[in-house]
Ligand binder design. Structure first.
Ligand code: 13P
Length: 266
């Protein structure tokens, strides 16, 4: 039987960890627990400044490191930018791209160029898409976001592609308003149908991994585990709270274990 890839919890620390000491300390406080997990993997995405230091601690397959963005050219006169190559050399294997908190700083074609560059460097882009509100056009918004990326990106190595559905209305909202598993599944259907049109083969689409992100925590993750077809989660605010993160890992781990036991004993 083919082994399923581990479920991913992507910890997007955003700009919430502000020193090397805190970044390394936070990572080390989580990593021993993560190294013992059987079915779950953590992708830690620190601020650019600390990617290298965190990656030096990431010596186990269960925890890997990613960047929160990267510039698509390898080097050049680009003041203040961090290139995809620099990210890779710093130890990142993943890069979050097109996050709604960055979209106002970049064009659609910038996002597509970044995705192409990340794939060309044998890294995995975590491409964020999501509608602003669930108005009558929300499905079209998702379809267009996918077209804007993939019509410009070579359709190779779908196994390296990760798509995160992060509805903007659910991200970091004060009300803590996550999507429900039903809303996620509605979006996933739209996303997969559009990708099928773009990639033209179901096999390619079956290799892409899909995450949910937006106000996730240890209270609402179970809804997704029980009721949604999800390969993992993209977590913001609680990703730098080791206690909550550990509970989330435990819930994912227990859920996958239970599913496996049920499959064997059926
Ligand atoms: P919150 O978990 O804080 O809502 O953030 C989600 C997110 O933007 C992850 O990339």
């Amino acid at each position: 039987m083919m082994q399923k890839p581990k479920k991913m919890i992507v910890a997007n620390w955003k700009m919430n960890v502000t020193s090397e000491k805190d970044a390394v300390g936070l990572f080390n406080s989580i990593k021993n627990v993560v190294s013992k997990l059987d079915y779950t993997q953590m992708i830690c995405c620190p601020p650019h400044m600390y990617v290298n230091q965190v990656a030096k601690q990431a010596n186990h397959k269960n925890y890997r490191v990613g960047g929160q963005d990267a510039y698509p050219e390898e080097s050049g006169s680009r003041t203040g930018e961090t290139s995809v190559l620099m990210m890779k050399n710093a130890g990142a294997e993943y890069v979050i791209l097109g996050h709604s908190e960055r979209r106002h700083l970049e064009t659609k074609s910038d996002v597509a160029r970044k995705v192409t560059a990340v794939l060309e460097h044998d890294m995995s882009p975590i491409i964020c898409i999501g509608e602003e509100t669930r108005d009558k056009n929300w499905k079209k918004t998702l379809q267009q976001q996918l077209k804007d990326v993939f019509n410009r990106v070579p359709k190779k190595n779908p196994e390296n592609i990760i798509i995160a559905y992060e509805p903007i209305w659910a991200i970091s909202s004060d009300k803590k308003n996550p999507a429900t598993s039903t809303e996620y599944m509605e979006a996933l259907e739209v996303i997969k149908k559009e990708l099928q049109k773009i990639f033209k083969t179901a096999t390619a689409v079956s290799k892409i991994r899909f995450l949910y992100g937006g106000s996730l925590d240890d209270k609402n993750i179970e809804d997704f585990l029980k009721n949604a077809d999800v390969d993992g989660f993209l977590v913001g605010r609680v990703s730098h709270d080791p206690r909550i993160l550990m509970t989330m890992f435990r819930l994912v781990e227990d859920h996958v274990h239970k599913e496996l036991v049920e499959a064997i004993t059926k």
